[in-house]
Write a protein that binds this ligand. Structure first.
Ligand code: NAP
Length: 256
């Protein structure tokens, strides 16, 4: 299925390293012919992201900490100044204090709750508001979520609540942006060992459980998330908006 994103430009936020789901999505988008703009959060990440960008053949790498309105405005300005049309946006960002993922949910701090929601859910609203004016010909906004939004997952805690907010945000944005032919969807990925995932206590137990229980008897391959993202960003997904697409080896259907 070659060139599904030929002549399309995609902005990808949340690529930290080669294990990031955003990296798998970036690889799949490049394979399908997309031009990419990547972002990094803070100078600490700059070199790593620039190295991965050159490996992917991506020319544009710009700073964007989603908690800083000024950086979102600069990002929109850069995209406008380049005169490109923007066709898709991948929001692959989440954060919670490690402490809040290790102690009982009841002990979640007020600051930790607000921080997790700001970075992991509100940022989708802020990013969509910044980029929608550049998406003149319509397009697709994607985010990444997890089953912990609707089911209790041990140690996922405040992040599960933030993912519930994120999924609701997908629906409200889809409803408003549909008139501009901008589709908004989330991929609910099965657990994958990434830097963020390592912040969840006993994460390898989750991986073991899923590989034994999921209908496909294995864990999710990041490449599968990349391919699903291609579908949602391409013409093939043109009728899909406000949706949560599970790419999790089927784990979410299982009961006892
Ligand atoms: P990851 O590689 O650690 O990616 C998370 C990204 O969020 C990093 O690039 C991180 O940047 C970025 N980020 C955090 N705070 C930010 C801020 N204020 N501004 C801009 N960027 C910020 O982990 P990942 O697993 O690929 O996570 C990507 C998305 O997939 C997340 O939404 C996650 O919840 C979701 N997801 C993951 C799994 C899984 O099992 N891995 C399953 C389902 C859904 P820094 O590294 O610079 O902090």
């Amino acid at each position: 299925m070659p060139d599904l994103l030929k002549d399309k430009t995609a902005l990808i936020l949340g690529l930290a390293n080669r294990w990031s789901l955003a990296f798998a999505i970036a690889k799949a988008f490049r394979r399908e012919g997309a031009n990419l703009v990547l972002t990094y959060q803070g100078e600490r990440q700059r070199q790593t992201v620039e190295d991965l960008a050159s490996e992917l053949g991506v020319a544009r790498v710009v700073p964007c900490d989603v908690t800083r309105e000024v950086e979102l405005e600069q990002l929109a300005e850069i995209l406008r100044a380049e005169g490109d049309k923007l066709d898709s946006v991948v929001h692959s960002i989440a954060f919670a204090n490690k402490d809040d993922l290790a102690r009982p949910f009841l002990e979640t701090s007020r600051d930790g709750f607000l921080l997790a929601h700001e970075v992991s859910a509100y940022s989708l609203v802020a990013v969509a508001r910044a980029v929608a004016p550049v998406m003149n010909e319509g397009g697709a906004i994607l985010t990444l979520t997890y089953l912990g939004s609707t089911r209790v997952m041990t140690n996922y805690n405040v992040m599960g609540v933030a993912k519930a907010a994120l999924e609701s945000t997908v629906r409200y944005l889809a409803s408003e942006l549909g008139a501009k032919n901008i589709r908004v969807n989330a991929i609910s990925a099965g657990p994958v060992k990434t830097a963020s995932a390592r912040g969840i206590k006993d994460f390898s137990r989750i991986l073991d459980h899923v590989s034994q229980t999921a209908p496909l008897k294995r864990n999710t391959d990041p490449g599968e998330v990349g391919d699903a993202a291609v579908f949602l960003a391409s013409e093939l997904g043109r009728g899909v908006t406000g949706n949560i697409l599970f790419v999790d080896a089927g784990y979410q259907i299982m009961g006892l």
